[in-house]
Ligand binder design. Structure first.
Ligand code: ZN
Length: 218
């Protein structure tokens, strides 16, 4: 059995019976499957793919420990998982602040898995948002994920594109589900103007671009 299959088997066992926070209540392993797929698509090594499968085991599946992973999977994989493991003894707000604060220190491998993790989480927020989250809570979550990703020292190009696309979609979905039509329109226009600026257009060109876009799409 290769290292990725071995990690998959281990993670499936440890996360058995756990479900995602979203209202679809998907089995937790669908998240791990997706994170590993993204890491693979973005050229991740076997070690990075194995770490993708294992990245939540120490945090979410006690008594799984880094020591146990070290014995089972060796130092390289365990080090990546260690970089991606929050200290659950801290209050949630502090853990979230630490993710932003510690992001710049990540190794290239940990940064790749982290980007895939956040990309998967933002996708889930569009597809199956947790029950009871209001508009502000959804927007705050997206903004926080963006701050973590922005602070990573290594940003895979295709990975960033996918992450940003999913953030845009999640923002629009949040307004569509919970905000006014006016807010949704404003958010869509802001996104277009950001895209136009990223493409190197000046203000007048960007305005023209948006006008043409609106004309041809509405
Ligand atoms: Zn995760």
């Amino acid at each position: 059995m290769d290292i990725v299959e071995n990690a998959e088997r281990f993670a499936r066992g440890r996360h058995a019976g756990q479900f995602r926070k979203g209202k679809a209540k998907e089995p937790y392993v669908t998240h791990l499957e997706e994170v590993c797929d993204l890491v693979k698509q973005w050229g991740g090594s076997d070690i990075e793919q194995a770490a993708a499968w294992l990245h939540d085991t120490v945090e979410d599946c006690p008594p799984t420990s880094l020591l146990e992973l070290e014995q089972e999977f060796g130092t390289d994989i365990t080090q990546i998982v260690g970089e991606l493991t929050d200290d659950k003894s801290l209050p949630k707000a502090e853990r979230k602040a630490l993710q932003v604060h510690n992001a710049p220190k990540k190794t290239t491998s940990a940064a790749l898995v982290k980007l895939a993790d956040k990309t998967s989480n933002i996708g889930a927020l569009s597809k199956s948002p947790p029950d009871g989250w209001d508009l502000q809570r959804r927007l705050d979550y997206i903004e926080w994920a963006q701050r973590v990703v922005d602070a990573l020292p290594y940003k895979h190009v295709a990975g960033m594109k996918e992450f940003e696309k999913r953030c845009d979609l999640a923002i629009l979905r949040a307004y569509e589900d919970l905000g006014s039509i006016r807010q949704a329109q404003n958010a869509a226009l802001e996104m277009l103007s950001r895209k136009a600026k990223r493409a190197g257009l000046d203000h007048a060109q960007a305005e023209n671009f948006i006008k043409n876009f609106v004309k041809s799409n509405l």
